[in-house]
Every structure is written in C-alpha cells, then in structure tokens.
Design a binder for this molecule. Structure first.
Ligand code: NAI
Length: 697
C-alpha cells in the first residue's frame, strides 16, 4: 500500500506473524517490487499494533522450510541492502527472528508499549539471523548479552537512548512510522545499518564475558545453548561483522543439529498443542466464571484457593468444622502476608486479594458461584456426599469440579443430577507452585465444561492437559509404574540413593525415593494395597511396605528412605534402610547384583514410556506430546530431554522395544511388566513416531 511515496509492507500471518517460508517469500517479493517502483521513496515494514512478529516458525524446523531460500538471513540481507530506506514499525511484541528482521532495517519506530526479546536460548538455540552480532551494536554488549542469555522480554522504551530505537510512537504506530519515513531525506544516503556500526569493546566488557562464561560453565542442566550464545556475542566484539555472522551461523547450526534444541522445541510446541481438544474450539460456548467455591481447606484446598485468588477470582472456602476453616483461612492469609513481607506484593494488593476471600461452613455461601472445586478427603462416599450438596447449592449451569487423584470421576458425577457439569481439576501439590493441571473428562462431561476448564487453566497460569478417566489419570498412573520398577531395582541389588542419584544425574529434578519421602510414603502404601487387591498378579518390592510398617513415612516423620535431621537440608542415606533391604533380599532368596546407572535410567524411564503408550492407545491421553507435557510440568522431567515419549523417539522406538523385550526375557524378570505396549510394537515395526500413530491400520 502506497502512502505519499511510502510503501507499507504488512506482515499478515496471524496470530503472531511467524516468519514462515511463505511470509519470507512474499516479503522479499514486496521489497523488490517497492525498490523497483519509481513512485516509492521509502518502505515501512509493519505487522499490526499488537505484534510485529513472534519470530521464526518453529513448526518448520522439522523440514527444510526453515532454511529454504529466502532464508531469514537472506531476507535480512536484502532489507539491509535495500536502496530505499526501510523503517520497521514495531507493535507490542517483537521477538526472536522478528527482532532480528527489525535489526536489519535502517530505522525502527516502536510503539511506546512494545516489548522485545530473543527467546532462542529457551529453545536450545541462539539468535541465528544476526541477532548476536547486531543487537550488541545497537544496545551495547552487556545489555545484549543479558537479553540473549535470559531469553526475557524487555520494554523497548528501556533502550530509547540507543541505536535500537529511533522513535517511540505514543499513538498510531503505523501513521508514526509512515510519517517518520516521509521525513527521511535522501541526504542521509547511505542509509544507516547496524552492521556498519563499530562495536567498542571495553576492558569491562571482556571481564564481564569472562565472568559470565565461568558462571555458565559451572551451571548444570542448561544444555549447550547459553554458552554457545555467549561465544557468538563475544565474537561480535572480536571479529568484523561478516566473520561474526559466520561464527554465529556455525554455532547456531551446531545447536540446531543437537538433541537438546529438538527436545526444547518439542516441549514448546507440545505445551501449545496440549490446550487443543478435538471437537472443541473457539466457537465452543464457555461458562463465564468469576466467583468460585473451594470445599475442603486442607493442603490442596488452601493451595487451590491461592491459585484462584492470584488469578483475580473471588473465592469462598467451605469446610466441615470451625477449626479446620480457621486453619485454612489462616494458611491463605499467611501466604499473602509472606509475599507482602518479601515485598512481592504491596499492602493495597494484599488487601485487595484477601478482600476476595471468604470462609463458611454453610453450602448456602456457594449459592452464587459459577464453579466449585472439592478437595476433601480422598474417600468416595465423602466426595459423593459433597458433590450432592454442591449440586443442590450451586446455580444451574455451574461447574462441579473434583480434585480427586485416584477416584473414578464417573462415579462421582453420577452422585449429582448434572453429570455433564462435572469435571476433574487435578491440581498438583503445592497447587500454587506446580504448573500442571490435569483436566479430567468424565464420560458425560459436556464440551462447554471441558472448554471452560481448559480456558480456566490458562487463566490460572497452569499448563492444562486433558485426561480421560482411569486410576491415577495420566501422570500418577505412569508414576505408579515408575515407582514399581524403582522398587524392583532395590530387590535386584541397587540402593535408594544410587537410584536417586542415577536419575537426578540424568536430569530428573528428584529421584523416586526422595520424592516419595517428600510426598509421604503412606500415600504409596495405600495405593499399593488398593492395586494389589484389584490385581493380585502385580509384582511389587516388599521393601516399601516394610518401611511403612516401621512408620518411616518420609520427611514428615523424620525418617523414610532417608534420615532427616533437624537443621540439615535434605536427607542422608540411612544404614538402617540398607539393612532392611538386605534382610528382605536374604529372606526372599534374592541374589543382589551390581546394577549400572545406565540400566537404572533405562528401566525407570522405559517404564514411563510403556505406560504412556498404553494411555495413548486407550485414548486416556489425546497425544504423546500431552504425556510429555504432564511429565515436564508436573513431575520434574528434564526439559532438555523433551519428556518421556520424545526421549523414546530419540532413542528409536525399535531400540526401546528391543530393550524391553530383553528385560522381559531375563531370568527372574517381570515378563508381564516388560511386555511392550502393542502400540509401541506396531510403531516400531512400521518405523513411525507417536505423531503418526493414526497411520497404523
Ligand atoms: P487434607 O486432608 O489436607 O484436606 C482435606 C480437607 O477436607 C480437610 O481440611 C477436611 O477438614 C476437609 N473436609 C473433609 N470432609 C469434608 C466435608 N465433607 N466438607 C468440607 N470439608 C471437608 O487433604 P489434601 O491432601 O488436601 O487432599 C484433598 C484432595 O486432594 C484429595 O482428594 C486428594 O486425593 C487430592 N489431591 C491431593 C494431593 C496431595 O499431594 N496432597 C495432590 C493432588 C490431589
């Protein structure tokens, strides 16, 4: 579109103008056309007021589209070399490749509220289209390094005195950019390019780079991206721009070819995909929710209340007794008082949040809520009773949610007159910290209720994953198998601290025994009793039960798999536990063998994979990447490995199946446990990944 000699080229690829092959091609064609058109004197690149561009299209990484000509660096080169000046008009969001494209422009007009960022390191990459070379030339080496290494977004206005920002537009961004372009005078030729700016590197900059390099080398679990990004920025200070760009390209290619960036990109896309449920989309009606009830003010209920308050909801907390209610309200108040003391809230904010909290012993207090979550004792009859009361008290159309972790949601729903309004909202402990929310769909849960719950999850800043009904839903059903195999490893010769260390070194946030000590070993004890009753053929190690019989419930009793001493952080290995395991092995006639860390990791992670595949096959999980999201967001699975199902694909599903069969065949092995899920076998036979399971007959 031409405005008085200024051609406005619009990026128009909703929702965030990702620089796909198609968009790059169109932009280059439009740029060439504008350069060839004698009526055009200047060019404005504009997205819209909300977003300039969110960067490259990660979905293209799996194909050659990401690098197909015109690649992003080629497009940026063309912009830099444009004979006519190119002005970027930058709306509220300008990230990654979008920012790199803007850095290639001759001028940049930002909206006053614009935010910039280079999030590539969070995807295991570095800005590979000039960002590491041009941003330091615009804002200085240390500021650029901080943005690139943190992946954080920052207000463009913070850089108003640098070469990054030519103008901040307070009103109509596009009009401001066109006006800016119109004012440019041909006397300015050659048009300024960031690549031509000298980058002065002071001694302090070099010291800073040394300091950051040492710090990064000492950090574990980050993958290679931060250090590579640092070296690319350091190269900007050392080399002429073209050589610096080459170095950046070389470092980028190394990261791009590595497993960590594949895992991180997978995790990123998996989280986005998890929100989508077939048959439910933006046109599915949702139920407006502003006021919620939480029944049961124990560990979970208070955490859930905090989550809702934080997201701006009014919360009515309901308990069965005065004391429990007062205790629960005090927990919530103390939580916010703690934030006030740490200055993470001011007094007014704290008052406003607590002003939205009320407590009651009477269901009548929930007469005007649009949703209630019950978090009472894990007992079918108690919960059915509570749901019945909620059914009577809540207005028509209101949602009845249960935080049950093991009970059959369908049985709970049947206790009410509105099973279509019943949904599981399975928060994880502590609810105000853990990102995961399993949204459990009962047999009769209505689409609108699922859509509302998924949207609610987003508002609560949770990562929501839909799950069907089964014992343990996605996460805990897999966890039970993982814990079962960890127990059987004790029988076979390993010790709890060896197993924990092997898995923690591999990347798990916490090994299984440390985790059980934290959650309380009595929880697992109850689950095992229930599972054994339902299926006497299931093999468990007896050691966990023996531990519980001694009252070693974990941190809360000062003793579990580890010993916990006052004043010492974490647990210490306990010779008593070693003796307990030894004695049990002797009694049971088990001959301990030496087990390597690698085998420990294989068995534990493949146990997750096998159960994950079964969940997928049964339709409990909608997609393999949902299983990954559950483990990444709720169980401390290392993001650099992308989740159990992604990890299995990286190993090759055929290799995973082969290994399971080896475990199944060994003498004294648990052939039933290690029988690979039929889906895994079929995918491995056809050399397909989980994403292509639909292609199987
Ligand atoms: P809790 O024992 O700490 O709290 C339960 C609360 O419910 C108590 O304050 C009790 O007074 C209250 N309550 C019991 N019956 C009631 C009734 N009829 N009406 C009103 N209040 C009643 O238990 P917790 O750990 O908070 O667990 C609650 C639910 O959350 C359970 O279903 C549990 O399976 C689930 N859950 C627990 C997790 C955990 O890690 N603790 C994690 C995820 C889910």
């Amino acid at each position: 579109m031409l405005h008085d000699g200024v051609a406005v080229l619009s990026l128009d690829r909703p929702p965030i103008n990702n620089l796909s092959f198609e968009l790059r091609t169109h932009l280059l064609q439009a740029l060439d056309a504008a350069n060839a058109d004698p009526a055009v004197e200047a060019i404005v690149l504009h997205g819209n007021d909300k977003v300039f561009s969110g960067g490259v299209d990660i979905n293209e990484f799996g194909s050659d589209l990401a690098t197909r000509s015109p690649s992003l660096p080629e497009l940026i080169r063309a912009v830099e070399n444009s004979r006519k000046p190119v002005v970027a008009a930058l709306g509220d969001l300008c990230l990654g490749g979008g920012l790199e494209l803007a850095l290639g422009c001759h001028y940049r007009v930002f909206s006053a509220s614009a935010r910039i960022g280079l999030p590539e390191v969070t995807l295991g990459l570095l800005p590979g289209a000039g960002g590491t070379q041009l941003l330091p030339r615009a804002i200085g080496l240390d500021a650029a390094l901080n943005l690139i290494l943190s992946g954080r977004q920052q207000a463009a206005a913070d850089f108003r005195d640098t070469a990054l920002v030519d103008e901040l537009a307070t009103e109509d961004l596009r009009a401001a950019a066109v006006d800016f372009a119109r004012r440019l005078s041909a006397d300015t030729v050659p048009w300024p390019r960031l690549r031509d700016r000298p980058l002065r590197v002071e001694v302090e900059d070099e010291l800073y780079i040394h300091f950051v390099r040492d710090r990064l080398k000492g950090q574990k679990g980050q993958g290679p991206a931060p250090l590579a990004a640092l070296e690319a920025v350091a190269a900007a200070g050392r080399l002429p721009v073209d050589e610096g760009l080459e170095e950046e390209g070389r470092l980028f290619a190394g990261l791009h070819a590595g497993p960590q960036s594949r895992a991180l990109c997978h995790a990123f896309l998996a989280e986005r995909a998890a929100g989508k449920i077939p048959g439910i989309d933006d046109s599915t009606p949702t139920i407006p929710v502003e006021r919620v009830g939480v029944v049961g003010a124990g560990t979970m209920g208070t955490g859930i209340a905090i989550v809702f308050l934080n997201a701006g909801f009014e919360v009515a907390l309901l308990e069965s007794g005065e004391q429990a209610l007062e205790r629960g309200l005090a927990v919530v108040r103390e939580h916010f008082a703690g934030l006030l003391a740490k200055k993470r809230l001011d007094q007014a904010q704290c008052d406003a949040l607590l002003g939205k909290l009320s407590g009651s012993l009477d269901y009548a207090a929930l007469g005007d809520v649009q949703l209630a979550v019950e978090a009472v004792f894990e007992d079918l009859e108690v919960k059915r009773q509570v749901l019945r009361r909620l059914d009577e008290a809540l207005p028509d159309g209101a949602i009845l949610a249960s935080n049950t972790s093991t009970l059959d949601l369908n049985l709970l729903a049947e206790a009410t007159s509105r099973p279509e309004s019943v949904v599981g909202l399975h928060f994880f402990s502590p609810a105000q910290v853990m990102r995961l929310l399993e949204v459990v769909r009962g047999r009769r849960t209505a689409d609108s209720v699922m859509a509302t719950a998924m949207r609610l999850g987003k508002r609560l800043q949770k990562v929501s994953v839909a799950s069907g009904v089964c014992d343990g839903f996605i996460g805990n059903r897999m966890l039970n198998e993982y814990l079962r195999v960890a127990g059987l490893l004790l029988d076979a010769g390993a010790l709890p601290w060896q197993i924990d260390r092997a898995l923690e070194t591999w990347g798990m946030a916490m090994g299984p025994f440390r985790m059980c000590d934290m959650a309380g070993n009595d929880i697992g004890w109850a689950i095992r009793k229930r599972q054994r009753a339902a299926d006497p053929g299931l093999r468990f190690s007896a050691t966990a039960d023996l531990l519980c019989e001694q009252g070693r419930f974990g941190q809360k009793t000062g003793k579990g798999w580890y010993r916990y001493e006052a004043g010492r952080r974490g647990g210490t290995p306990d010779p008593e536990v070693e003796r307990l395991i030894d004695a049990y092995r002797t009694r049971a006639g088990l001959l301990p063998r030496t087990i390597g860390d690698r085998e420990i990791v294989e068995r534990c992670i493949y146990a997750l994979v096998n159960e994950g595949a079964r969940l997928l096959e049964e339709g409990i999980a909608l997609r393999a990447s949902d299983v990954d999201v559950v483990y990444l967001a709720g169980y401390g699975f290392p993001r650099l490995r992308g989740g159990p199902m992604h990890y299995a694909e990286e190993q090759g599903l055929a290799n995973v199946v082969r290994r399971m069969r080896e475990f199944a065949c060994e003498e004294g092995g648990d052939a039933r446990f290690w029988t690979p899920a039929p889906l895994l076998v079929r995918l491995a036979e056809h050399d397909l990944g989980f994403g292509r399971a639909g292609e199987l007959q």
